[in-house]
Write a protein that binds this ligand. Structure first.
Ligand code: BGC
Length: 670
């Protein structure tokens, strides 16, 4: 079915450019089918007529998906959420989000992938393919520069051209390869102009430069002036806004907007309706299978950060104590990405006992002996004492902790654990040194006060309704952990570029430019607690036999062998970083340009191959206004993390003279 813009009256056209409510488009007086859009990135969030969330599969958060470094799982994640969407009647999923994790304080970090644009873009691309393979559309969001929640509706993200291209546009550019049906703009202004009205961003970059020909939807209530948004090529202003009709009509009368411009937007909405109509919505997983998919992704993303004396995996016959409510019901993030599941997770204590029938596994709620001895705190002290007594003499104590609350529309105020958990760890250590800390948070945590004193740390992130199944399986060694961090963990908030500075309320100057995440720490020479790409396994892996084959002027196939040298099967995420050895512009020490996750049986060797192309070597030249690769030597670094480089090779880029710029001479005074 094809819909014609000329069949609609002006009022019907304008009605089509906004919703009729939070989630649906207009029927234009019964002439058109309506589209239903729904959140979101971590599972379907959909409301019934009474505004109550419908139950859906709570998938691991995108931040946890990123820790899998697994393209197939990103596809599976998208596919699984699309199953719920198809079942519940949504047409478009408002996901994935690919905003860069510029600061660990950002309240929405759990909805995003990484501090690295390449990792974010590649996984988002596969996620989109997965969703759309089931006949459900996606909304790639939030374009762009929404990197903290504080001031998100007013504060301008002032970002230079190079950082926009290399860091902030880049994940969108890569994800667009999967042709998402829609893109959502950000709330904030970018360089002084609201993202929703930013013609350069939406028309100039998204449509003209990146070739996006789908529909651009506003973020919810991000539009200040409807006609300005439409002129900037926003097609759909969400949700319903009573000002849209009078505002657009008045603008048309005054000549601020033309009928042609309105028709272009309406045509994009009509095209989307056609797409939805022609889509073959498919459900290919039962509810139980969707849950299994959630568990599978959680198992692959949960990341082991420390494991001294191989305290993990726990052994059958041991005497263990599980401490903390979070072991019964792990938390997730709040806001539009919150998913209501009806799946009841079994407490960790029960799961461990099932898996280790000969072990003794106890549970204690745990509470801190808070500073003040008066009143209510005395009750807390009683709990605390009981917990310490329980912990005393156990072979290991598994302690569940979390950081400051994470969610949409607010940021974390610090990156330490909640104070009560810091105190709990400190006090438990007096009674038992064998602490295994499980961190239920979704962005970097400053662990500096206790990390040296505990035996193990497992970062479970926000891993959805399969958390406890996945985590218990890792704790007992049924599953070998294979997750790696998708963001650096600094020692301290002060070590991050922005620290606790969050802009002046009107402007935030991104004067870190392209030096975000590991690009910043490496340039500034700041040590981090856990680097980007880091994660432990119960296996050991050796890297060897690096070969680099040139297939075109700037195209290379990099291959290397990975051997599982241990007697446990496991999977290794290997990472390919590229360093420009000499450059005429400032460049990061190295940048991620490829990665692969490889499953290896005990003793097995496999050859991994990764392709590099022009963009692996190029930077965005503001002088040439395009990507540019300089002739010369580039180092190819193969790492188990950004700081654990195992193999190094070199390639020479030799482009034609007319593709190069004249180089500056260096004069020596001798
Ligand atoms: C969020 C979007 C979300 C939309 C609809 C906004 O507040 O920023 O990510 O898709 O609401 O819930």
């Amino acid at each position: 079915m094809k819909y014609d813009v000329n069949q609609l009256t002006l009022e019907e056209k304008i009605a089509l450019l906004t919703g009729i409510n939070e989630w649906q488009t207009s029927s234009a007086n019964g002439k058109l089918p309506q589209i239903f859009v729904s959140d979101g990135p971590n599972g379907l969030q959909m409301f019934d007529e009474n505004g109550v969330r419908k139950s859906a599969t709570a998938m691991p958060a995108l931040s946890l998906l990123a820790q899998t470094w697994d393209k197939e799982l990103a596809y599976l994640d998208g596919e699984t959420i699309a199953n719920d969407a198809a079942e519940k009647g949504a047409d478009i999923l408002l996901a994935p989000g690919v905003n860069i994790k510029r600061t660990p304080l950002n309240g929405r970090n759990f909805e995003y992938f990484s501090e690295d644009p390449y990792l974010s873009g590649v996984l988002a691309r596969e996620f989109i393919k997965g969703v759309q393979s089931r006949g459900i559309g996606t909304s790639l969001k939030h374009f762009c520069g929404n990197n903290r929640e504080k001031g998100r509706r007013v504060q301008s993200s002032e970002i230079d051209e190079r950082a926009l291209n290399e860091i902030y546009y880049r994940p969108f550019e890569i994800a667009l390869e999967a042709k998402p049906w829609t893109v959502m703009c950000a709330y904030n202004p970018v360089n002084g102009v609201y993202a929703s009205e930013n013609k350069k961003l939406l028309k100039g970059v998204l449509r003209d430069k990146f070739g996006f020909d789908g529909l651009i939807v506003s973020d919810w209530a991000s539009v200040q002036s409807s006609y300005k948004a439409l002129k900037a090529t926003i097609d759909l202003i969400m949700p319903y806004n009573e000002d849209t009709l009078p505002n657009v009509k008045a603008a048309l009368e005054k000549g601020y907007i033309t009928m042609e411009e309105i028709d272009t937007c309406v045509t994009n909405v009509l095209k989307l309706i056609e797409k939805v109509q022609n889509a073959n919505k498919q459900i290919n997983y039962t509810k139980e299978e969707r849950h299994e998919n959630a568990v599978k992704i959680a198992k692959a993303g949960i990341t082991l950060l420390k494991n001294e004396e191989n305290i993990l995996p726990l052994k059958d016959g041991g005497n263990y104590l599980v401490v903390g409510d979070l072991s019964k019901k792990p938390i997730g993030g709040l806001g539009s990405a919150y998913v209501q599941t009806d799946y009841e997770q079994k407490p960790i204590k029960e799961l461990l006992q099932e898996k280790l029938p000969n072990a003794q596994v106890g549970y204690d709620k745990g509470a801190c002996a808070c500073a003040d001895w008066a009143g209510a705190n005395r009750v807390k002290l009683e709990y605390a004492k009981r917990c310490y007594v329980e912990a005393y003499g156990k072979d290991a104590v598994v302690v569940f902790v979390s950081g400051d609350t994470e969610g949409e529309s607010f940021d974390r105020s610090h990156i330490k654990l909640k104070r009560e958990y810091e105190e709990l760890i400190e006090n438990l250590l007096k009674y038992n040194k064998n602490l295994i800390i499980v961190v239920n948070s979704a962005s970097a945590i400053d662990m500096s006060d206790w990390i040296d004193d505990v035996k193990a740390v497992v970062y479970e992130g926000f891993s959805g309704e399969g958390t406890n199944e996945a985590l218990s399986s890792i704790l007992v060694g049924e599953t070998n952990p294979s997750g790696k961090l998708a963001e650096s963990f600094p020692y301290d908030l002060d070590d991050t570029f922005t620290g606790d500075y969050a802009g002046d309320g009107f402007v935030e100057w991104y004067n870190d430019s392209i030096f975000v995440g590991y690009r910043y720490y490496e340039r500034a020479g700041i040590d981090v607690l856990f680097p980007f790409g880091y994660g432990l396994s119960y296996s050991k892996f050796a890297y060897s036999n690096l070969k680099i084959e040139q297939t075109d002027k700037t195209d290379f196939t990099v291959s290397y062998d990975i051997t599982n040298t241990s007697d446990v099967d496991g999977a290794e995420v290997s990472q390919v970083y590229v360093k420009d050895v000499f450059s005429m512009v400032v460049r990061p020490e190295q940048e991620l340009k490829g990665f692969e996750k490889t499953f290896l049986k005990a003793g097995e060797t496999k050859t991994v191959s990764v392709k590099l192309d022009f963009r692996s070597f190029a930077y965005y030249s503001t002088a040439l206004d395009r990507w540019h690769a300089e002739n010369g030597v580039f180092e190819i670094r193969i790492g188990a993390s950004s700081q654990d480089i195992r193999l190094v090779g070199k390639v020479n880029i030799e482009l034609e003279d007319d593709e190069q710029q004249s180089q500056a001479f260096v004069y020596y005074n001798n």
